[in-house]
Every structure is written in structure tokens, then in C-alpha cells.
Design a protein around this ligand. Structure first.
Ligand SMILES: Cc1cc2nc3c(=O)[nH]c(=O)nc-3n(C[C@H](O)[C@H](O)[C@H](O)COP(=O)(O)OP(=O)(O)OC[C@H]3O[C@@H](n4cnc5c(N)ncnc54)[C@H](O)[C@@H]3O)c2cc1C
Length: 407
């Protein structure tokens, strides 16, 4: 018998929105997403230096979802009862579903460290990074020292550090303490990146506190587990992504708190429930980095598999695409990492710029003139200057072909 309950998407960011667009013309879904604009997170660190503005990184969801033929509800889903096929919404109502795609991402993670939520600025959204940019601008305009503590030396921390150096590196009195419990910068990536970044930082007022844990944060700064106190005018917290509470509340999680899924992206714990993007812990036991391109590829496949399941056909397995990772380090360098090979060179920034421009253009579905205007403004506003800066760099003047092979 035909199931009249709707298909539902919970969370419409890079993963959920890609799924919504892949379902367009095939099924009309109900999309639950409280936030008005989709945000392109891979470039939010550039808000810190003013290289991007918030509007460069946001696309209104309304036209996108309307064009895809879906109904959008600006509501938060509190819990999913996978056995009864029901969602519990933030207004207390209950919504039945036939199949659901859960794309709620992760959340800012401070590991319960006292004072971290109150006194350290998070780094997880456009508004978070805008707040950091405004605070830095205000603090920098005062005379005297500017003492920053950056918690986290992963990709987000490194990209934030690069933008701080781009904008404030030459400011007299600047000091930056980078704290991470890992023993090296970018611990999940090849060792050569650690060396390259630390070498760059030798000419800047940056001090790495690696292998050290934050014990507490307060108005004066950061206390380390070793007992040392790092005085700070501003603490920026980039230290990790935690699991969304919805996963545990809906019994979709494994011990990590994230949701394990089958090769077809189906929840290991519940019928008719697909989980994608940053909310996933592993795909058929395989751990994947939490990356935008995986979230988008998973969104596309979850939509395909929902249509296949509805038609009684076999589901397709997820094959992670071997896309390289691009990490920018302000105006100083850019790294391209693929299969443990690392290329470096400031001019590689054009690749990140190309991914940004292509990604934003793919989500911008306004009428042609407004879309072209948006594209033009995105190019003019920011990327082009930095890209030209990158090409002017002495290391890269020989053109786009001169890179350093680090590994
Ligand atoms: C600072 C930063 C830099 C990054 N840099 C890169 C990079 O360079 N390259 C790269 O590939 N990736 C990068 N990423 C990772 C990339 O952005 C994520 O992998 C991607 O955004 C994951 O998409 P998602 O759809 O799974 O989740 P998210 O983008 O986290 O979106 C989750 C959505 O769910 C919604 N939601 C949450 N709770 C509910 C609820 N209860 N009900 C309904 N809706 C809900 C949220 O409002 C949000 O819109 C970066 C991430 C950050 C934070």
C-alpha cells in the first residue's frame, strides 16, 4: 500500500540542502530547519580578517527550498521516535514520517571545561566569526598589548590563526598562545604540515602550547592543567565538534555520541532513518573526516536511496570521493593534502577560492540577474584581492606551477 506519510529532512545545511535538491521533482518533502540562511562554513575563518563579509557566506533558504518543491518549517526537531516513525517538534507537536534524513551536523564542544562556554568565543558559524572579528577590531584599536589565546590547533584553529596574522600580525603588542592537548599542530594530518606552520610562525608573535590541557577559562584568561595561567584579552575556542543531542535522545548514536550508518547511509538502529554529514560517526565501520564534500555527497546519495527504497529497488553504497583537502594559512601559505601527499604554496589559495565560488554559485538559485550580481559581488568583495596577493607572494611568483612538495 502507498505510504502517505511524508519524507522529512531534519537540518538543511550543506548535507540536508543537497538532499533536498536531489529530491526535487521526485517527492515533496517537509524540511525542518530553524535558521533562515544556509552558511558556507569552509570559509568562515576569513570573516576574522575582513576578507569575507557575512553576506558573502550566506544564501537564503526560502527560494532554494521553494524551487525544489519542498515545504519549509522553521522549527527544531527535538526527538525522533524511529519505531513509531514520528518526530517531536519544539512546539510540542508530533509529525509522522515515512523516511527521514537526519542532517543536524555537530555542535560546539567545550568538553565541560569550567568557564569555557561563558568566556571563550565559539567558532562554528558566521555570527560566531563575525563576533570574533568585531571583538578583535575593538581590542586592537586600544593602545597597549593584545593578548590572544586560541584553543585548538586543528584545521579550524590553523585557518583562524592565519587570518589573525593576516589582519593583526604587524600590530605592536600582539601575542598569540595556541593551546592544544595534541602534541602537534593538525594532529590528524601529515607531520610535514606541523613543521611548515610552526616554521612560518617563527617570525610572528605566536607561542605553541602543545600537549597541554585547558583546565578552566575565566575573565582573566586560560588556566592550563599544568597550573600555568595565560592572561588573555580574548579567548577563541576552536577545539572540536561534539555530537548533537538529538542523536542520543533518538537512540541513533554509538558510544561516540554520533550516529553509525550502513554503507547505504541507513541508521544502524532504526528503520527508515538515514543520517548524513557531520552527524555520522562511521559509514559501514569506516571513519570519515567531517568535511563539507562528504556531507554533500551523502545528501545526494540519501535522496537516491530514499527513492530506491520507495520503489522497492536495491540501495546504493556510499563511496567517499577522494577529494583533496585544502587548508589556507592566511596570506602566508596554502596546503593541498591528498592521500598523504602535501603540496604547499600561497598561490594554491586559488583552489580554495574556486571551491568557494563554485559552492556558493551552486546554492544560489535566485533569478539570473540577481544570481550574476551575487557572483560578481562575491568575486569583487574578497577573493580576488587575496588571490592576487597570493600570486604576488615571492614563493609563488613563478606562477601557479611552483609549489613545495612537503610529503
Ligand atoms: C570553522 C569550520 C571550517 C570548516 N572548514 C571546512 C573546509 O575547509 N572544508 C570542508 O570540506 N569542510 C569544512 N568544514 C566542515 C563542513 O562545514 C561540515 O562538514 C559541513 O557543514 C557539515 O554539513 P552538515 O549538513 O552535516 O551539518 P551542518 O553544516 O552543521 O548543518 C546542520 C544544520 O542542521 C540544523 N539543525 C541543527 N539542529 C537541528 C534540529 N534539532 N532541528 C532542525 N534542524 C537542526 C542547523 O541549523 C544547521 O543548519 C568546516 C566547518 C567549520 C565549523
Amino acid at each position: 500500500m502507498h505510504d502517505i506519510r511524508p519524507v522529512v529532512i531534519v537540518g538543511a545545511s550543506l548535507g540536508g540542502m543537497t538532499a533536498a535538491r536531489a529530491l526535487a521533482g521526485r517527492v515533496s518533502a517537509r524540511v525542518y530547519e530553524p535558521a533562515g540562511a544556509l552558511e558556507w562554513l569552509p570559509n568562515i575563518h576569513e570573516l576574522i580578517s575582513g576578507l569575507r563579509r557575512p553576506y558573502n557566506l550566506r544564501v537564503e533558504r526560502g527560494p532554494l527550498l521553494a524551487k525544489a518543491g519542498h515545504d519549509w518549517y522553521r522549527q527544531r526537531v527535538e526527538r525522533i521516535d524511529a519505531h513509531r516513525h514520528e518526530l517531536f517538534l519544539d512546539d510540542g507537536s508530533v509529525q509522522p514520517f515515512s523516511q527521514v534524513i537526519v542532517a543536524v551536523g555537530g555542535r560546539h564542544q567545550t568538553w565541560g571545561i569550567p568557564g569555557a562556554d561563558e568566556h571563550a568565543l565559539p567558532f562554528k558559524s558566521v555570527s560566531d566569526c563575525r563576533r570574533i572579528a568585531q571583538r578583535l577590531e575593538r581590542l586592537s584599536s586600544r593602545p597597549g598589548p593584545l593578548r590572544l589565546v586560541l584553543v585548538g590547533a586543528g584545521v579550524e584553529g590553523v585557518e583562524a590563526l592565519g587570518e589573525i596574522l593576516r589582519a593583526y600580525g604587524a600590530r605592536p603588542g600582539l601575542t598569540i598562545e595556541v593551546v592544544d592537548s595534541a602534541k602537534r599542530v593538525l594532529p590528524a594530518l601529515p607531520q610535514s604540515l606541523n613543521e611548515a606552520i610552526r616554521q612560518h610562525c617563527q617570525s610572528w608573535p605566536v607561542n605553541f602550547r602543545l600537549g597541554e590541557r585547558v583546565a578552566a577559562v575565566n575573565e582573566q584568561g586560560v588556566s592550563l592543567a599544568s597550573g600555568e595561567m595565560l592572561a588573555a584579552d580574548l579567548v577563541i575556542w576552536t577545539g572540536g565538534v561534539g555530537p548533537h543531542a538529538l542523536l542520543q535522545d533518538s537512540h541513533l548514536n554509538d558510544p561516540s555520541g554520533f550516529a553509525p550508518v550502513s554503507a547505504a547511509l541507513h541508521s544502524d538502529h532504526a528503520e527508515g532513518v538515514y543520517v548524513i554529514g557531520d552527524a555520522v560517526s562511521s559509514v559501514a565501520g569506516m571513519l570519515l573526516p567531517k568535511q563539507a564534500y562528504h556531507a554533500m555527497d551523502m545528501g545526494r546519495l540519501a535522496a537516491t536511496n530514499i527513492m530506491a527504497a520507495r520503489a522497492g529497488k536495491a540501495l546504493t553504497d556510499f563511496r567517499p570521493s577522494p577529494k583533496p583537502q585544502i587548508i589556507t594559512f592566511g596570506a602566508l601559505d596554502t596546503f593541498l593534502i591528498s592521500d598523504h601527499r602535501v603540496l604547499a604554496g600561497p598561490s594554491l589559495r586559488v583552489l580554495k577560492e574556486a571551491v568557494y565560488q563554485a559552492g556558493m554559485a551552486s546554492f544560489d538559485r535566485r533569478r539570473t540577474t540577481r544570481r550574476l550580481w551575487g557572483l560578481w559581488r562575491r568575486i569583487l568583495d574578497s577573493g580576488i584581492d587575496a588571490t592576487i596577493d597570493g600570486l604576488r607572494h615571492p614563493d609563488s611568483l613563478a606562477g601557479l606551477v611552483r609549489f613545495r612538495v612537503l610529503e
